[in-house]
Design a protein around this ligand. Structure first.
Ligand code: HEC
Length: 169
């Protein structure tokens, strides 16, 4: 291989690596200091939901710790290190089959991060949300979790989590 070819491959590799690193860093952290979890788009599915009131589809994903816990039924409490992600899309009718509902515009990604020490004040969970495709951090101050917790209070005895892992064969 010629030196110039080697050099081209080298520069392309550097370019690619820095692009992927920067892509994660460009997203600003939540006002409460929580950073967007890396690689969450590669996580496995725990469940999904469909809100008929505001016409949105949701996929609930988990990191490896969450998936192991979900498969073992070890979810009350979820173990430390669990991260649950919820990705939300507006719904639309599937073009070729309108009675099927499909995801349309992306709304937001939100996360619950389990660390019973670090997030003791908020029930053992850190909460954060990023809006839209440009992943703008949600919330105006560090008390983002208060609003989340208020709504999650009905499931306080289920470790603050609504989702029951979907049944798998
Ligand atoms: C208006 C009420 C409401 C608010 C406010 C709310 N949630 Fe939820 N959240 C729900 C409901 C209901 C579900 C389960 C159904 C679904 O999938 O939407 C849920 C599910 C979740 C899930 C999936 C795990 C689970 O509990 O089922 C995550 C992660 C989540 N919410 C994060 C957040 C974060 C972060 C905030 C604050 C920025 C927040 N939520 C605010 C009602 C709320």
């Amino acid at each position: 291989m010629k030196l110039t070819q080697l050099l081209t491959i080298f520069l392309m590799t550097i370019g690619f690596t820095s692009q992927t690193l920067f892509a994660a860093e460009l997203v600003k952290p939540s006002p409460n200091g929580i950073s967007l979890p890396k690689n969450y788009k590669d996580w496995k599915v725990i469940s999904m939901s469909h809100r008929i009131d505001n016409k949105t589809l949701r996929t609930i994903l988990g990191n490896d710790i969450a998936i192991t816990a979900a498969r073992a039924g070890n979810t009350n409490p979820w173990p430390n290190g669990t991260i649950l992600a919820k990705l939300v899309w507006k719904q639309k009718a599937e073009k070729q089959w309108p009675s099927a509902i499909a995801p349309d515009k992306f709304v937001h990604a939100e996360f619950m991060i389990k660390n019973s020490k670090k997030f003791k004040a908020t029930g053992g969970w850190g909460y954060a949300r990023w809006l839209g495709l440009d992943q703008k951090p949600y919330g105006s101050d560090k008390n983002v979790a208060q609003e989340c917790m208020t709504c999650h209070t009905p499931v306080k005895d289920n470790d603050w989590v609504f989702t029951t892992p979907a049944i798998m064969p």
